[in-house]
Design a protein around this ligand. Structure first.
Ligand SMILES: *Cc1c(COP(=O)(O)O)cnc(C)c1O
Length: 321
């Protein structure tokens, strides 16, 4: 077993383990009475928490809260209408020139606001990826130019598993480049090894979009390990979810986007939080989001600014807000 796989085995997954490491609030403890999305925190991500701050932005992203039990009427297990564009298990084809595949519906750590919380870590049949039928589908659809490995998190596959998928995709000539969506550089930076970067380089052009929400997630380990990717010609973008009480301040987002740009990651998307069940306490209104964006536009270099996006609940796709 590699270092990062051993590290993953040490994840915090139970209330007892969590309480042995940190003093929880009443609302955090009450969350465990009826937890509908499991606890799963990497040691690295946990180490970024300020244990003396019950409002710590890292803490709120990974430690469950009783508020998750409040399900709003408009919330939906399939909040962006993926299943309207699901021609075979493990593949979503919503746009003509690109599609998503889900090689692994599991993540290094679980985010409490996860928009796929109804399927992540579960064996939902619509998301059960099998390489052969997926490859056959892609071969038949020559309009597809880009394939996006999403999830879950594709980077918790080991190097061999990942290389097998990438090699097969590489054989399909109408696929012009590959994209990977991941949060691993933030939650499990040890996974981003020089060997992984070297392997990935064989499948360039490759774009990696890193899910990152707060400047404190840019740890020294994060910076050190994304350098391996950069040295191997892999292009880096970021995506951020706009989260109430975590990053819904102009200054916080500006700090995040400045830091990302400084380390060579282009901020790509800022997402309006989706209508996933039990995530209402994380959402701010689109109007407030637009106000923050317009303040950013007035003060911040254009190359630091992502687009503010809504993924429509009806399944029709992303819209710029
Ligand atoms: C979000 C998404 C994409 C990627 O969209 P971009 O705007 O290209 O980043 C592709 N396919 C599906 C099904 C998606 O949900």
């Amino acid at each position: 077993m590699t270092t990062w796989q051993k590290e993953l085995q040490k994840n915090i997954r139970t209330l007892d383990e969590l309480q042995s490491q940190i003093d929880l609030t009443k609302n955090e403890i009450a969350a465990f009475d009826n937890l509908n999305f499991p606890l799963n925190i990497t040691r690295h991500y946990f180490s970024l928490i300020d244990k003396n701050d019950s409002n710590c932005p890292i803490r709120k992203q990974c430690i469950p809260n009783k508020q998750e039990q409040t399900i709003q009427k408009k919330e939906e297990p399939d909040p962006i209408g993926d299943l309207k564009h699901n021609p075979l298990p493990g593949l979503i084809h919503r746009y003509p020139d690109r599609c998503l595949i889900f090689p692994k519906m599991f993540c290094a750590g679980f985010c409490r606001f996860c928009f796929r919380r109804s399927v992540a870590g579960k064996n939902n049949k619509n998301y059960q990826f099998k390489l052969k039928p997926v490859l056959n589908y892609l071969k038949k659809h020559s309009g597809i130019k880009e394939i996006i490995l999403s999830g879950g998190d594709p980077l918790i596959l080991d190097d061999n598993q990942l290389a097998e998928i990438l090699a097969k995709l590489n054989e399909i000539k109408h696929l012009r480049w590959i994209r990977i969506h991941t949060r691993v550089p933030v939650t499990l930076p040890q996974r981003v090894t020089p060997q992984l970067a070297k392997m990935l380089q064989q499948y360039c052009p490759l774009w990696i979009v890193i899910h990152i929400n707060h400047p404190r997630e840019i740890s020294p380990e994060f910076i050190k390990n994304i350098t391996h990717l950069q040295k191997n010609q892999i292009n880096l973008l970021s995506q951020t979810v706009l989260l109430k009480g975590i990053n819904d301040k102009t200054k916080t987002l500006q700090g995040l986007f400045y830091k990302l740009t400084e380390v060579g990651i282009k901020p790509y998307y800022l997402h309006q939080a989706d209508l996933a069940p039990g995530t209402g306490h994380f959402r701010i209104s689109i109007k407030k989001g637009q106000k923050i964006m317009s303040e950013l536009q007035k003060t911040t270099s254009g190359i630091c600014l992502p687009k503010y996006m809504l993924d429509s609940p009806d399944g029709t796709g992303k819209k710029c807000l």
